[in-house]
Design a protein around this ligand. Structure first.
Ligand code: UDP
Ligand code: MG
Length: 324
């Protein structure tokens, strides 16, 4: 199969039929073998009924339905695990991304050998204040911290070589940084293509202003992870141990000084340096505990369910182990 088109969606009933017809016409005129994987991220409108119907009418359409809303990252992850195509496309369901871009994206992965090609909404049809300005800042910060030279990290339209999506884990709110996740996983051949973008045709955006807070926290997280490996908390732990050693060493010095070098001097407890070294030991212990706590959290979260699937249409591929 040439293409898997993964579409995460939340309450997009107005767009689905139109989006489906548009994608199918592009697939047919390019003679692609394809699947459309709709991942319903807990819609409360008729989206799932529509997906079931589309899937019954067109065997290339598959649907995965989450039990509740788990977020776009989880929806993409589920789509990635089920995808069977050589090239995986992600796009939003709201008709803002243009399916006519797919053939060229496919060619860039398949012929030019990119691991990942990210869309760039150079001419963007969203509100200036709530989206365009913050996202400029956002993209700048993401470029600086990750070293991935993209203009538009958050574009929903992207293309991936199959091995990329089978080897990355999109968790939390990380859908904004999939190219960075890919780079950290060792896929460095990352391209960018200017893509057409439309204003949202129906409904309204599913992300409020909290997207920017979440986005920046994720940016810090991902910067940390890429700088300090899989265990960023080790940094705090190590800092704590270092501070403790400095504080302890200083206290030891004061003790030796009092006992052997300068026995007639002031009592240790009368010297302000003693309290400084005590403080360093206390802060060091706390930092170490913070690192330890982080470690426990990371370890215990590994076993936590990321999402629950309530139903799937026929023929959805089961998760597979993939290597190479
Ligand atoms: N979406 C989703 N889960 C969510 C929020 C959004 O699957 O919790 C989908 C949404 O239906 C759309 C895509 O993610 O297909 C992008 O969302 P939206 O258009 O609201 O974002 P924007 O274009 O404003 O960045
Ligand atoms: Mg949108």
């Amino acid at each position: 199969m040439n293409l898997s088109i993964v579409i995460p969606l939340l309450n997009e009933e107005e767009s689905l039929q139109e989006l489906h017809d548009w994608i199918v016409s592009v697939m047919r005129s390019n003679r692609f073998s394809y699947e459309i994987l709709f991942v319903d991220d807990g819609s409360t409108d008729t989206s799932w009924q529509l997906i079931s119907r589309l899937s019954a009418e067109n065997s290339n359409v598959k649907g995965i339905r989450f039990l509740r809303n788990f977020g776009k990252s989880q929806a993409l992850h589920a789509g990635f695990k089920a995808a069977e195509g050589e090239v995986i496309i992600t796009m939003d369901a709201d008709l803002q991304d243009n399916p006519e871009e797919i053939p060229e994206l496919y060619r860039m992965i398949n012929e030019e050998g990119y691991d990942l090609v990210s869309g760039w909404k150079k001419k963007r049809y969203d509100s200036l204040l709530s989206k365009n300005m913050p996202s400029k800042l956002f993209n700048w910060a993401a470029r600086k911290t990750s070293g991935v030279k993209l203009h538009d990290f958050n574009c929903g339209l992207k293309a991936f070589d199959r091995k990329v999506v089978k080897n990355i884990e999109v968790s939390g709110e990380m859908h904004r940084y999939i190219p960075v996740l890919a780079k950290n996983a060792g896929f460095s051949n990352i391209g960018e293509k200017v893509v057409l973008h439309q204003a949202r045709k129906y409904g309204k955006t599913k992300f409020g202003m909290e997207r920017f807070i979440n986005g920046f926290l994720d940016l810090i997280t991902i910067w940390f992870v890429s700088k300090f490996g899989k265990r960023p908390m080790h940094l705090f732990g190590a800092l704590g141990v270092l501070m403790f050693i400095i504080g302890f060493g200083f206290a030891l010095y004061l003790g030796i000084d009092k006992l052997f070098i300068n026995p007639t001097g002031r009592l240790i407890t009368d010297r302000p340096q003693f309290f400084l070294s005590l403080t360093a030991m206390i802060i060091g212990t706390q930092l170490f505990l913070a690192g330890f706590l982080g470690e426990i959290l990371i370890r215990s979260r590994k076993n936590e369910a990321r999402y629950s699937i309530s139903e799937e249409t026929d023929h959805v591929q089961k998760e597979e182990q993939y290597s190479s």
